[in-house]
Ligand binder design. Structure first.
Ligand SMILES: *Cc1c(COP(=O)(O)O)cnc(C)c1O
Length: 385
């Protein structure tokens, strides 16, 4: 296996973990569509026993994603929530988690509706000032769970600041890096212990796979996470692993265009008379712009807008009148999407909590794709007009 750890991002995206197949020379990683492996004699095998535990296509992808995050280990899961679930399964009843008040709706739902039942306590707090974390730390605190940029109000959380508090208090720091992708942000380098990805989004990039991943440096942590994967069974299939490897080969190209288009669209919307508020960390007047500049390579294609004085009905009307943007949940694919968080991605969060977090009924979230930006701006013009 060639070591690509010293190469640059695009080279790693294409080559890391993707050595030609030794048995045939096939340049693309084969899809090992098998559930089991023949043994020479009981217990003697070629390192593969049963495919919940190990699959060569999955291993190639895991090496690839680990390289993109400059991490030692990666474990892939059947979804982003499957990956998050594995982190939570490391906890015990009585343990406490400190996390943000502007989280992916599905994470909030898992924490409050599943893990609170198992006696785990969550503190949903404003993390834009990392110092806030200190007020909630006690002897039971085990984990800090950070998402940045946040969804959908695009707050930026200072990962390095969270990490120094985590380290001083012997806590694990996990970062949901889905919105940034490994191209824009590498939390391990900023002191995080675990990076989580909904691979479904930018890594897959083509809206055709649901998958998750965890990346970490620590061998013991990796051993435990892999044990949870193999014990609980949220493993991804080989065909999906192949599709994601194929998607990742253009991650750096897609991200450059997402960022370029994102900037153009954000600049167009900033002065639009129908827009009351716009959330995009690339603006110098974004409250956390300096931290974004410090920890991200660029500012991405995720933008949220609040429509000026719009009722729920007229917000729906706007959301339904796009021709190039598609009204759908999810993000990070090549095609541009528009989403109404209050009734779609964040519907599982109670209205009072949503309003507190700024996820109001006239807020729309854009995932700016990699189409020609002139067509995207034309589409926004007609839909808002
Ligand atoms: C989509 C998403 C998830 C969940 O991932 P799935 O692959 O849909 O299970 C978690 N966090 C963020 C930020 C997401 O956008």
């Amino acid at each position: 296996m060639t070591d690509f750890s010293k190469h640059k991002f695009g080279t790693k995206a294409i080559h890391a973990g993707a050595d030609p197949d030794p048995s045939t020379g096939a340049i693309m990683t084969p899809i090992f569509q098998t559930s089991t492996y023949v043994q020479e004699s009981p217990g003697t095998n070629k390192g593969y026993g049963y495919a919940r535990g190990k699959n060569p296509t999955r291993e190639a992808l895991q090496k690839n994603i680990a390289a993109l995050e400059n991490g030692k280990h990666c474990v892939c899961f059947s979804s982003g929530m499957g990956a998050t679930d594995a982190v939570m399964k490391m906890l015990r009843p009585g343990d406490e988690v400190i996390t943000g008040d502007d989280l992916y709706g599905g994470s909030y739902r898992m924490f409050t509706k599943i893990y609170e039942n198992f006696g785990i306590k969550f503190h949903f707090i404003n993390l834009t000032n990392a110092e806030n974390i200190k007020k909630y730390i006690n002897a039971n605190t085990k984990l800090i769970w950070v998402e940045t940029p946040t969804n959908p109000t695009m707050q930026i959380i200072d990962i390095a600041a969270c990490s120094s508090i985590a380290k001083a208090n012997n806590l694990l720091l996990a970062v949901d890096n889905t919105f940034a992708s490994p191209y824009l942000q590498n939390p391990l380098a900023l002191g995080a212990d675990i990076v989580m990805h909904s691979v479904t989004k930018y890594l897959g990039g083509h809206s055709d796979v649901v998958m998750g991943a965890l990346v970490m440096n620590d061998d013991k942590l990796h051993e435990l996470i892999y044990f949870i994967l193999n014990s609980c069974g949220a493993n991804p299939g080989p065909m999906d692993c192949f599709l994601v490897m194929r998607g990742i080969k253009t991650l750096h190209l897609r991200m450059e265009r997402h960022c370029y288009n994102g900037r153009k669209v954000a600049e167009y919307l900033k002065t639009h008379p129908k827009i009351e508020k716009i959330y995009w960390p690339g603006f110098t007047d974004h409250p956390n712009h300096e931290i974004a500049k410090k920890q991200m390579r660029d500012f991405g294609g995720m933008i949220s807008i609040v429509l000026k004085g719009a009722s729920l009905e007229s917000t729906f009307k706007t959301a339904s009148s796009f021709k190039v943007f598609s009204l759908a949940e999810s993000l990070g694919g090549v095609e541009s999407l528009i989403n109404h968080p209050a009734t779609m991605t964040h519907a599982s969060i109670p209205k009072t909590e949503r309003d507190k977090a700024g996820v109001v009924e006239n807020l729309l979230r854009l995932s700016v794709g990699v189409e020609d930006v002139e067509d995207l701006i034309e589409d926004l013009k007609q839909a808002l007009g």
